[in-house]
Design a protein around this ligand. Sequence first.
Ligand code: ADP
Ligand code: MG
Length: 334
Amino acid sequence: MVSLLPTNTLFSSSSFTRLPPSSYSPPLPSWPTKTLPTPSSARRRSISPRAVLQWNRKPQLAGETPRVVVITSGKGGVGKTTTTANIGLSLARLGFSVVAIDADVGLRNLDLLLGLENRVNYTAVEVLNGDCRLDQALVRDKRWPSLELLCISKPRYKLPLSFGSKAITWLVDALRSRTDGHPDFVLIDCPAGIDAGFITAIAPADEAVLVTTPDITALRDADRVTGLLECDGIRDIKMIVNRVRTDLIRGEDMMSVLDVQEMLGLPLLGVIPEDAEVIKSTNRGLPLVLNNPPALAGLAFEQAAWRLVEQDSMTAVMVEEEPKKRGFFSFFGG
Ligand code: ADP
Ligand code: MG
């Protein structure tokens, strides 16, 4: 029996390489320098998170900063905002400064996921109107001050017609030339669809994270979006496959990650399992990566953030599946 396992990933003990010890001392108290408590899901599956959580070094930031990354998908409801919130917070926990821009104007909800909805007084529209300064519109997360949120407009606010690619590019340029230092990452949470909102959101981006679920409708939209991103000059596109269910893959009722990769032909940044904890964390306004004990999907988001920093991706390989690990590893299809 063979199954698809990505190398260098939380889910592949056979290919896991232990990191060398380093003298790096974490900048933030909850940095997982040693081991975190065993998640109940991992206990059930008898894998040891000790093997996967000993990240005792800071990831090496690759590429020029600020790295401007758009999180997009084409189809709605596949997990773009969840990804932006969790990767944004993971990056902040890794010690990088992050500005998350909610470019989903009509259906803004990144503020809700980050639990910052009551703190948004000014938005980009007021900045562009000259009613406030940019730093007044940046909402700093109190728990992780290196994460800031910028909303484009107030909910149910009609966006001025003049707001488009030039305006968002101006905002990103303004972040770039901030006197108190530019951020390491600008994450742009893109609206669904491929109309004006999408064109605006991708305009300032140099790289993209394409979020998809393993179903045919999401994949068709993701494929279309990939083409549009490439036309716009964004060649660095990595994908996150979200809401993956082992039981359905095993019963051949869901595409495996290998199938998705073959269809889209994109490097893999992360594979996120379907996890009820995501919905709970959404409703609590507390991103999943802050869960203690950690949830499986939260760990997967943290791994994806790590790979984003190092401009790394998982390489899908076929490996022999060890019978005792079958339940866990068949997550990637067989
Ligand atoms: P989008 O921004 O693409 O429209 P969201 O991030 O708002 O999508 O997610 C849509 C819904 O899917 C939310 O209710 C969210 O909690 C849920 N969701 C996203 N990812 C997962 C997951 N891995 N497991 C379970 N639910 C998820
Ligand atoms: Mg969204």
